[in-house]
Design a protein around this ligand. Structure first.
Ligand code: ADP
Ligand code: MG
Length: 338
């Protein structure tokens, strides 16, 4: 049985239905991500789980218990937000100790637990600093420690890294994942950033307008989008309408549009032997843009524009106007539902 279960959760604000009946399960010890564009209901679902919002319909089970009507303070759920919301007048130690002090735990125990947490988030030596003297990344680590120290049943992380610059963000992503695995804590992570979701998650639930569009492991979602929305949100798929695809491969029309990942398309100068399981098509290079270690080419294939990624290994590149061939396996041309 799953550790957390959302059963047909509905939530309206006035006339607006923000959650349209969400059913999903979270396994114990997993890092689960809610991914989706701004406004699709991710934070609302977290807030319903934490008890900060009531639901308009449905049930939430945690560890076998129906917590739908339980007061937030009895749910044992920790939460970290994008804005760090530390107490400005308390130092790092006291910020982290705050919840334990409220519980009137003995001073010696508080000291041990806080020191553990400080170790975990690598803030040793900063115990006496005040939030205003810390960087954004350090403040967020205090917020994380403040939640972890209470050993919640579930830790909710609502876009915790969105305000942190790119490089530091990468290292914090890895740190959070390490801590999550080390403590075997069940986490729900919210982000609108597909790369972050792919890095962090055991399971991703892709949200679209208050519904779950598709769920799966990062690899399943990346390589197997089932809908147009999923293909547009994850990866940088070429979406080719069915008429255009027929024109591209010079064959009769298929039933659905097709999505093709740029990195599954090869560009070559000489056409390789025909094979049943792949398309080999003449193409012309339009232009290319360097994306770090990849060159992203835009090519014209029988009048259809496609993007193809080539690992940037040599000094030799294909130039605009050059005649080339593209090779793509048929299984990498994914049929996409409307
Ligand atoms: P996300 O976290 O995915 O960006 P939210 O869950 O914050 O989305 O919001 C989903 C929708 O619900 C948005 O359209 C938002 O404006 C609306 N919403 C959220 N909270 C409230 C509220 N307290 N009152 C009215 N509308 C709200
Ligand atoms: Mg949000």
């Amino acid at each position: 049985m799953s550790y957390i279960q959302f059963e047909n959760i509905k939530k309206s604000f006035g006339e607006t239905m923000v959650l349209q009946g969400i059913t999903l399960a979270v396994a114990r010890g997993n890092m689960v991500t809610l991914l989706g564009p701004s406004g699709c209901g991710k934070s609302t679902l977290l807030r319903c789980l934490a008890g900060l919002e009531g639901v308009s319909g449905g049930r939430i089970l945690l560890d076998g218990e129906d917590i739908t009507q339980k007061s937030p303070k009895n749910r044992k759920i920790g939460m970290v937000f994008q804005q760090y919301s530390l107490f400005p007048n308390l130092n790092v130690f006291d910020n982290i100790a705050f919840g334990l002090s409220l519980q009137k735990r003995p001073a010696a125990e508080i000291r041990t637990l806080v020191e553990d947490a400080v170790d975990m988030v690598e803030l040793n030596g900063k115990e006496n600093s005040y939030p205003r003297h810390l960087s954004g990344g350090q403040q967020q680590r205090v917020a994380l420690a403040r939640s972890l120290v209470l050993r919640p049943k579930v830790l909710l992380l609502d876009e915790p890294l969105s305000a942190i610059d790119a490089k530091l963000r990468k290292s914090l992503q890895l740190r959070i994942k390490e801590i999550q695995k080390a403590l075997n804590i069940t986490c729900i992570f919210v982000t609108h950033d597909q790369d972050e979701a792919l890095i962090m998650s055991d399971v991703i639930h892709l949200f679209n307008a208050g519904r779950v569009e598709q769920s799966g492991s990062p690899i399943e979602l990346y390589t197997g989008p089932q809908t147009r929305f999923a293909a547009e949100f994850i990866g940088s798929y070429n979406l080719v309408e069915k008429e255009r695809f027929a024109q591209m491969i010079q064959s009769p029309i298929l039933d659905t549009a097709v999505a093709i990942r740029p990195e599954t398309i090869d560009i070559v100068l000489e056409p390789p032997a025909e094979q049943e399981d792949r398309y080999v098509l003449p193409a012309t290079v339009k232009y290319y843009i360097p994306h770090g270690n990849v060159l992203r080419y835009t090519v014209m294939v029988n009048g259809v524009e496609l993007e193809a990624d080539v690992l940037f290994r040599s000094f030799k590149v294909f130039e605009p106007e050059q005649n080339v061939y593209i090779v793509v396996e048929k299984r990498n041309c994914l049929p996409i539902a409307q």
